[in-house]
Design a protein around this ligand. Structure first.
Ligand code: ADE
Ligand code: ZN
Ligand code: ZN
Length: 300
């Protein structure tokens, strides 16, 4: 090849590679799989009226599947820069969360965090009939379904200093990554590979059978909360920061190698958080779209 052409091409290739590598470990939510699972779990718990209303709002590309749109908010994250802080909330290094102290963006605008976002998009969808409501409700629904997933990923309510584990470099078995990515993606991927033949639907079925099996005594309590605003999202963030201190950050430091011991003790938390997010998303959507027929989720 002509060296005058190949040299710029070579540098272009290096630049693209560096950009891709630099971005790779910083996936910013439950990975795609986690969000799809949350919404697949929610789907069967929607009432008929809710399902119809959701279907009406979904874009055509969703082909009638809410779960197809649940990773959307991450895909547009660099286009909707203002929405970036809405994917998480951080505390000043303490194992408790307070809305008034913690729910803001870097410009200190109140409510600009995942908890504020869930309540805000719920309100927008509730007021769908108001003539003064000019919001794009398709986007409101897609944001809501995504953020209910995010707030259940424990490290989406983490410590500000380490950006919810993003700056804690660890080895997941032999692969270098960061603690946040382990919780967003690696544990789900390893579980899918080791136990479910890389079949996402099989993992969803496994989690669903725990809802009616192992967790049936707890499921009713997942719907209630201490301080309800538009939703119980505040309490979900409180649960997440407690899980961080007891599980996610526990026994982890810079350069830790995380393997079987970490995986076996933390995977049950990942599965339960996905189940809780799915059921709670269904409850929120039923409350919005089918308030009259609102029914408690039964663990029959
Ligand atoms: N960026 C900064 N903090 C974050 C967190 N807790 N989760 C995801 N992205 C973040
Ligand atoms: Zn994340
Ligand atoms: Zn997200």
């Amino acid at each position: 090849m002509d060296p005058l052409i190949s040299l710029p091409l070579f540098f272009f290739f290096i630049l693209i590679s560096v950009l891709l590598i630099a971005r790779a470990p910083f996936g910013d939510a439950w990975g795609k799989e986690g969000h799809i699972m949350v919404c697949k779990i929610a789907q069967p718990y929607l009432t008929e009226t809710t399902s119809k209303a959701v279907l009406d709002l979904l874009p055509e590309v969703a082909a009638g599947e809410l779960s197809a749109m649940c990773p959307w908010a991450d895909e547009v994250r660099f286009h909707y820069r203002w929405a970036s802080p809405l994917h998480y909330v951080n505390t000043p290094g303490v194992c408790n969360y307070k809305y008034s102290r913690d729910c803001h963006n870097s410009k200190e605008e109140k409510g600009m965090c995942v908890v504020g976002a869930i309540n805000n998009y719920t309100d927008q969808l509730r007021r769908r009939g108001d003539s003064s409501n000019h919001y794009n409700l398709t986007e409101s629904l897609m944001f809501l379904a995504h953020f209910v997933g995010d707030v259940h990923q424990p490290l989406h309510a983490g410590f500000a200093a380490d950006e919810g584990g993003n700056t804690i470099v660890v080895h997941w078995y032999r692969r270098k990554t960061n603690l946040h990515h382990v919780w967003d993606t690696s544990m789900i991927e390893t579980a899918m590979k080791d136990y479910y033949d890389n079949d996402l639907d099989a993992m969803v079925d496994g989690i669903m059978s725990n809802i009616t099996g192992g967790w049936e005594d707890e499921v009713d309590s997942w719907e209630n909360c201490q301080n309800k605003q538009a939703t119980c999202a505040n309490d979900y963030a409180v649960e997440s920061i407690h899980l961080d201190c007891n599980y996610a950050y526990k026994d982890v430091e810079q350069d830790s190698t995380l393997g079987d011991e970490y995986f076996f003790t933390r995977l049950p938390i990942v599965k339960k958080r996905i189940a809780q997010a799915g059921l709670r998303l269904a409850t929120i959507l039923n409350d919005i779209f089918d308030h009259e027929n609102r029914q408690e989720i039964q663990s029959y």
